[in-house]
Design a protein around this ligand. Structure first.
Ligand SMILES: Nc1nc2c(ncn2[C@@H]2O[C@H](COP(=O)(O)OP(=O)(O)OP(=O)(O)O)[C@@H](O)[C@H]2O)c(=O)[nH]1
Length: 597
């Protein structure tokens, strides 16, 4: 029901709740209150959700039948409702303690739900890399526990995150693949609510790819679905995002209309987050239209700026207010708002840092660099603005403000361009030109890192050498171009079957290296079979279908003996040689040096 019509789901739980109350059936009352709270959270109705949760807590306190399971479900539903309302660091601490309590009780469905609290918290704070890992974990646990709504929403999130994760180049096609996968999982279910979310997230991906026109159309589609369902938060979200796209496309008048329709909806619901977004859009659109009555929009915007709204959003609102004040000629106030926006940006980055510490992820380098760059940018901006303000009076300040902003934008563009260019060059230096896979240097570095990790933590890890069989014959009979297409086909097959943390690269010629952390030799026959069938299913230009080309594989276990990469590759090479000698098209595995294979 949550997938199709959460409002309908809420009504249904309410009816059941009334009956359970009349029958004094405390257990059913408890579950119906949790169900109602969850639906209200989905509908972004924080007030109603808080009411149901408070009632559930009161019930639990006086009910002798209450056990740890009830407490944990209440804690998890509460945490889900609190995403965006309490600081992320606090929420992550709660996630950790819920997990600690749930694991010994063996509650996979609850653990999956706890993972989804973590996902939303990470998405909210903009920690995309960790959010990606969390969404992948949820897709797996939801599929295992048969939790379709969690599974589809995890896949949808993967789509919307796919352009924002480090090391992935934003590509609409890739995001669309995830959305298509989510739709395929919904199959023939009506799932109007989930479909509206998919449209909405697809709009986001198109916007990230700088296609505001297409993005607007998808936001409008999401809006129409939400209107059909009477989902007020969905309607407001669709209006705001469609409005933002209209503004980007220069249609500030329509953007203003959209924002103004969203405002009363969210005021009535007390939805602080969307309210802030609507005010921001009103201000931006009016500023773009150079309307002097923007003055009247400033005060309500300031009232909507609540402490529980994430600092990154508050920073954007402060920025919009600064621009409106500048339009009105109130330069001193504009300057103060700009400074406040900078402070809020700083807070937002601190929040991200704290969350990451809790995640115990080894991604500190990237986070630190981000913080340093932003800090540097902030200091430059503030220093320039302060200098200009002292030197000239109010009027001169405004001119200076404009100039400083232009300079800053120019500098940021240069820095970003330079950074992109360097990143492209660095990527090229690590990529194999023909297959697009990591090249020899990159795959060896990845293998080295995984070996060190496996040896340090004594975790399993497998290295496998793959060599295409009779490749020379393919070249000789069908030509070099067909040989190249075979190499590309293997790369394509690997993308279909390997997991995101497996690494596959080309060592040279027709030889490839596969690194599989977290797996043992016993898993290798299955990996070999999967790769083998995916490879034979790929069409190769110049060869019949199926192409009939095969490969051999030699795999070794990293073990704890402290063997170097070259020693491991040497053993894998021997195993590969055995596979070739035994007739090819097969796998040979070898255990650690100390243990017999
Ligand atoms: N098309 C193409 N061929 C390549 C490339 N790099 C290496 N080769 C060819 O790959 C062939 C390797 O052949 P061999 O090492 O004799 O091995 P094989 O024919 O695969 O036989 P087995 O490994 O014993 O099954 C040589 O003919 C190389 O010229 C490439 O980038 N493209």
């Amino acid at each position: 029901m949550a997938l199709d019509d959460p409002q309908g789901g809420l009504d249904w739980s309410q009816q059941k709740l009334a009956k359970a109350r009349a029958a004094q059936d405390v257990e059913t009352q408890f579950w119906m209150l949790l169900g109602s709270a969850r639906m209200a959270t989905t509908l972004e109705d924080a007030q109603r959700s808080a009411g149901y949760l408070a009632e559930a807590r009161r019930l639990l306190a006086t009910w002798p039948g209450a056990g740890p399971m009830h407490r944990l479900w209440l804690g998890t539903t509460q945490a889900l409702a609190d995403v965006r309302l309490v600081p992320t660091v606090e929420l992550m601490a709660r996630v950790l303690s819920l997990r600690r309590e749930a694991v010994p009780l063996g509650m996979p469905d609850l653990l999956c739900e706890v993972d989804s609290v973590e996902l939303w918290a990470l998405v909210d704070v903009g920690n995309n890399d960790d959010a990606w890992a969390a969404a992948e974990a949820i897709e797996r646990c939801a599929a295992e526990t048969g939790y379709l709504d969690l599974e589809v929403s995890a896949i949808t999130q993967l789509g919307s995150l796919s352009g924002r994760v480090s090391g992935k180049v934003p590509a609409v096609g890739q995001a669309e693949d995830y959305f298509q996968r989510a739709l395929a999982r919904l199959d023939k279910l009506p799932a109007r609510f989930q479909r509206s979310l998919i449209e909405f997230e697809l709009g986001g991906a198109l916007n990230a790819a700088r296609l505001p026109g297409s993005a607007r159309d998808h936001f409008l589609r999401a809006l129409a679905l939400s209107q059909d369902l009477g989902d007020k938060a969905g309607v407001a979200a669709g209006q705001i995002r469609a409005g933002e796209m209209m503004l980007l496309m220069g249609d500030a008048e329509s953007a203003l209309q959209m924002a103004r329709s969203a405002l009363p909806l969210m005021e009535a619901q007390g939805n602080q987050l969307r309210l802030t977004a609507a005010h921001m859009l009103v201000l931006k659109a009016m500023t773009a239209l150079k309307r002097p009555d923007v003055a009247a929009a400033l005060e309500p915007a300031r009232r909507a700026d609540a402490a529980n709204v994430p600092p990154a959003r508050r920073a954007e609102l402060a920025q919009a207010m600064a621009e409106a004040l500048a339009l009105l000629g109130q330069h001193a106030r504009a300057y103060a708002e700009l400074q406040r926006a900078n402070q809020l940006r700083g807070q937002s980055l601190e929040g991200q840092r704290d969350t990451q510490m809790l995640r115990l992820q080894a991604r500190y380098e990237t986070a630190r660099r981000d913080v340093e760059t932003t800090e540097l940018r902030r200091q430059t901006e503030t220093a320039q603005l302060a200098l200009q303000a002292r030197e000239a009076g109010q009027r001169a300040l405004w001119t200076a403000l404009g100039a400083a902003c232009l300079l800053l934008v120019g500098a940021v563009v240069m820095v970003v361009r330079g950074w992109r260019h360097r990143r492209q060059l660095a990527e090229l230096a690590l990529r194999d030109e023909l297959t697009g896979l990591p090249n020899r240097r990159a795959i060896r570095a990845a293998a080295q890192a995984q070996i060190e990790q496996a040896q340090r933590w004594q975790g399993p890890c497998v290295l496998a050498l793959i060599d295409i069989d009779h490749f020379k014959q393919v070249n000789d009979v069908h030509g070099h171009a067909t040989g190249d297409a075979v190499l590309k086909a293997l790369a394509k097959a690997s993308a279909h079957v390997l997991r995101s943390h497996d690494r596959f690269g080309r060592l040279g010629g027709e030889e490839f290296l596969l690194v599989i952390p977290g797996s043992a030799l016993a898993d290798m026959p299955a990996v070999f079979d999967r790769l083998r069938s995916a490879f034979s299913a790929v069409e190769v230009l110049g060869l019949p279908v199926p192409h009939g080309v095969r490969f051999s594989m030699g795999a070794v276990d990293v073990g704890t003996e402290g063997e170097s990469l070259d020693q491991l590759l040497d053993r894998a090479d021997h195993a590969l040689y055995e596979a070739k000698a035994a007739g090819r098209d097969q796998l040979v595995v070898r255990g650690p040096v100390s243990a017999p294979a």
